[in-house]
Design a binder for this molecule. Sequence first.
Ligand SMILES: Cc1cc2nc3c(=O)[nH]c(=O)nc-3n(C[C@H](O)[C@H](O)[C@H](O)COP(=O)(O)O)c2cc1C
Length: 145
Amino acid sequence: MATLVTFFSAGGKTANVAKEFASRIGADVFEIVPQEPYTSADIKWTNPVARCNREQIAGKEVPVNGKIEDFDKYDTVYIGFPIWYGQAPRVIHTFGKGYDWSGKAVHAFATSGGSGIGKTAEKLKPSLAGVASLDAKLVHSADEL
Ligand SMILES: Cc1cc2nc3c(=O)[nH]c(=O)nc-3n(C[C@H](O)[C@H](O)[C@H](O)COP(=O)(O)O)c2cc1C
């Protein structure tokens, strides 16, 4: 069985951690890219009508580019993302709903602007159908994974 590192990153911080970690453990990598990429205006959360706020308030789906091939071959999947509004961004929920997580161990990891990991795992679980185990931690570098 194999390990996969997936991640979404709007500003590059989570991407750096994910890529460094994946290269250290020799895992495959899948970058979660929204079909409609975020512009800097889209993620300006201080603007009440910015895309990020509209998506969050409405609990919208955020479709993802591409599909992971041979998802069945992975028994361990890392999912990295920035904390948005105290939990995983909407795009992570949409990504999760696209796969069958039966039998897989999922390790979620996040970077943040200061918030803790909070209830990220509990809130993400319903989007990972059948997941065998799930944990989540806040990280500042690949050393913490
Ligand atoms: C829409 C949005 C919401 C955010 N919400 C939070 C939050 O609730 N708590 C926090 O500590 N940081 C929050 N942040 C900051 C990011 O979590 C932080 O800058 C993260 O490290 C960015 O990772 P990235 O460069 O991989 O996108 C938010 C950022 C954005 C764009």
